[in-house]
Ligand binder design. Structure first.
Ligand code: SF4
Length: 352
């Protein structure tokens, strides 16, 4: 009986221009493979292993690649052809609601506002607590968070405000970043959540758009969403230090102010404005350079895309990963797009 190689149903193969990636959403891991291996996997969908071997210059290499993928749990050998290269399907994102919010803590933020967010099924909130804000107010706000549907809380705190917080009581806290910090010693053992101390200022942290594989997450929801949405902007709500409601800190357009919001319905009507969703559907597949990057379904990117034409977008700044040579900035032989004379701007995309 003929044998076929199939990718596991939770795995999705994504090609870049130089490398490919197998996303495994059930184990939340990925494997980088060459374009040649990617071609072999795709061919294996309809071609028996015997035929793959006979058509290859090195049947031993074919066996070795397929065995490796099988042993590592990305694929399996079976008696049938693969009906579909991936069991991961696009599904609907709940676009009517806020799934994540970033709140610059200020006196206008009340427990009621947290309640409105919770009613819109907000799942995670990042609170920014800077100098000049009574951090002890946050303890009151957190009591509302604790009773809400919000499941995860992140904090970015100025080191001066840290002492006023009751960190150990925040059971939903998942990430804590202390900015502008010169603290020499922190008892990390007392922190059960992800803790980061940074000498960077708040502005530097917010504006930072450096990517790294360490920041990528592999999960079914992100993979689904990234195929047709921009995961950074979609379902996001940002409240700035004056209480203004914006889609994100990178976008200046103001849609209202929380001091005028008296119900979840009013909040919903603000985020349902068409312009609020301007960047929600600008997915990586529409943007120069990122569209050929193998990391595009796991990369959450805070750069604001610029539109060139109906289906063409570009960025005005470069990413620190160059997918055309599959190199990260700092790696040996890395070259920027600029050095390679790859151009992407309002006039078009071109490469030598
Ligand atoms: S090139 Fe685009 S998709 Fe790739 S890592 Fe950079 S920002 Fe992410």
């Amino acid at each position: 009986m003929e044998k076929y190689f199939n990718l596991h149903k939770d795995c999705l193969l994504i090609d870049g221009c130089k490398n490919s990636i197998i996303h495994d959403s059930s184990r939340q891991i990925y494997k980088l493979v060459s374009i040649e291996v990617s071609r072999l996997i795709k061919k294996g969908m309809t071609t028996s292993i015997e035929k793959l071997k006979s058509e290859s210059e090195s049947s031993l290499q074919v066996i070795s690649i397929l065995n490796e993928l099988t042993h590592e749990g990305y694929g399996l050998i079976s008696n049938s052809k693969s009906p579909n290269i991936s069991g991961i399907k696009k599904n609907e994102t709940n676009l009517a609601h806020v799934s994540n919010a970033v709140i610059f803590l200020n006196p206008l933020v009340t427990s009621d506002f947290i309640f409105y967010l919770s009613n819109l099924k907000c799942e995670s909130v990042l609170f920014i607590i800077d100098d000049g804000v009574s951090a002890s107010n946050f303890n009151t706000i957190y009591t509302s968070v604790d009773k809400s549907t919000i499941t995860s809380v992140q904090l970015m705190v100025n080191k001066n405000s840290l002492a006023n917080l009751s960190i150990d009581l925040y059971s939903k806290l998942t990430h804590l970043t202390v900015f502008s910090s010169n603290m020499a010693y922190i008892d990390l053992a007392s922190f059960t959540y992800y803790f980061l101390e940074s000498k960077a200022t708040l502005a530097e942290l917010i504006e930072n758009n450096k990517k790294s594989t360490f920041m990528f997450s592999i999960n079914r929801r992100l993979i689904n969403e990234a195929q047709f949405c921009n995961p950074y902007f979609v379902n996001k709500l940002y409240v700035d230090k004056d209480g203004n409601i914006r889609n994100s800190s990178e976008l200046v357009k103001v849609f209202g102010n929380i001091k005028n919001i008296n119900s979840s319905k009013e909040l919903l009507s603000i985020i349902s404005q068409e312009e609020f969703e301007n960047y929600w559907f600008v997915h990586k597949g529409l943007i120069d350079v990122c569209k050929v990057c193998e990391y595009r379904l796991m990369c959450v990117d805070n750069r604001v895309p610029q539109q060139r034409s109906e289906h063409e977008w570009f960025f005005t700044s470069e990413c620190n990963y160059n997918p055309f040579i599959a190199k990260w900035e700092g790696e040996e032989d890395y070259k920027s797009l600029n050095e390679l004379k790859i151009n992407s701007d309002e006039y078009g995309f071109s490469m030598p």
